[in-house]
Write a protein that binds this ligand. Structure first.
Ligand SMILES: O=C(O)CCC(=O)C(=O)O
Length: 285
């Protein structure tokens, strides 16, 4: 874990890009400093907008993860993470085009309570949001130690090169990759537990098969997820929450420390707002 508190200078080394393209994921250790993580976590804990926009997401066993989703990065401490050159440039280098903000999410697995995710590919969802190409990816930033015991992300290395697997529904209603197909894939690819320290960032491709276990430990597992799309892949037809291309207004790489604690400003489009929009569009309200 990175212990220094000064700003982080980061340029994407070419071998990082090669690793992402080969494996479908990349772990960048110590991408954020201890003080940056402390500010980001405090903002997420204390911001009334984050508290009031959480959705309890149940897994098939009834275990619950608190998820907060928003579409515009905004100007909060946690929103600015998705506008930092070190994040944006890494994702752009990995995906080979300019990237824009697609959506962001806090997945808070509380001790003994946070639920599991079944095997899936994010493009299994994003295809339905009218993006032609699987040229999308997510940066997952660890805000706590993320371990096997508390439900760290698991990936199948190289699975992004297998295309998009058919997605079906679990008994509990989770959308997941066809289990029979995943069983076969597991015979030929390595399963990697992405254990992270606070400040480590995991970048993964939208066709990388991933899942996570229930948190059976006494520790929190909070993760900030920033999802990006490429400029050439803006949805061909508007559908909420599939966000169209608009350029990212980058902020300086030292902004988290230099601007301090900032809450949502109202421009974020949290899930509660866009669900209303979806209902109106569907004529439900
Ligand atoms: O938070 C996790 O462990 C998994 C999250 C995930 O896969 C998702 O939100 O699509």
């Amino acid at each position: 874990m990175q212990q220094k508190d000064e700003k982080v200078d980061f340029a994407v080394p070419p071998d990082h890009v090669a690793a992402f393209q080969r494996d479908g994921f990349l772990v960048v250790r110590g991408m954020f400093s201890r003080d940056e993580i402390s500010l980001i976590r405090t903002a997420l804990e204390q911001d009334p907008a984050v508290r009031s926009n959480g959705v309890n997401r149940e897994d098939d066993s009834g275990a619950v993860t608190r998820s907060v989703v928003w579409l515009e990065p905004g100007d909060s401490t946690y929103g600015r993470v998705a506008r930092l050159p070190r994040v944006v440039d890494t994702m752009a280098a990995c995906l080979g085009d300019e990237v824009y903000h697609y959506q962001a999410k806090l997945n808070a697995k509380e001790p003994q309570e946070g639920g599991s995710w079944a095997w899936h590919q994010d493009y299994g969802y994003w295809y339905e949001q009218n993006c032609h190409y699987p040229d999308m990816g997510t940066m997952m930033l660890a805000l706590d130690p993320s371990t096997k015991e508390n439900g760290c992300l698991q990936v199948l290395a190289g699975s992004h090169r297998m295309g998009t697997v058919r997605h079906v529904f679990t008994e509990g209603g989770q959308r997941c990759a066809d289990p029979e197909r995943v069983d076969e894939i597991m015979k030929v690819l390595d399963l990697v537990y992405c254990e992270l320290d606070p400040g480590d960032a995991l970048f993964f491709h939208c066709n990388t098969l991933h899942r996570s276990d229930r948190n059976r430990s006494d520790t929190h597992r909070w993760m900030l997820l920033d999802c990006f799309n490429t400029r050439h892949n803006s949805p061909f037809k508007a559908v909420v929450p599939g966000t169209p291309y608009r350029p990212i207004e980058k902020v300086p790489d030292d902004t988290i420390l230099s601007t301090g604690l900032r809450f949502a400003t109202g421009e974020e489009k949290f899930q509660s707002t866009y669900v209303e929009e979806q209902k109106k569009a569907a004529g439900v309200i």
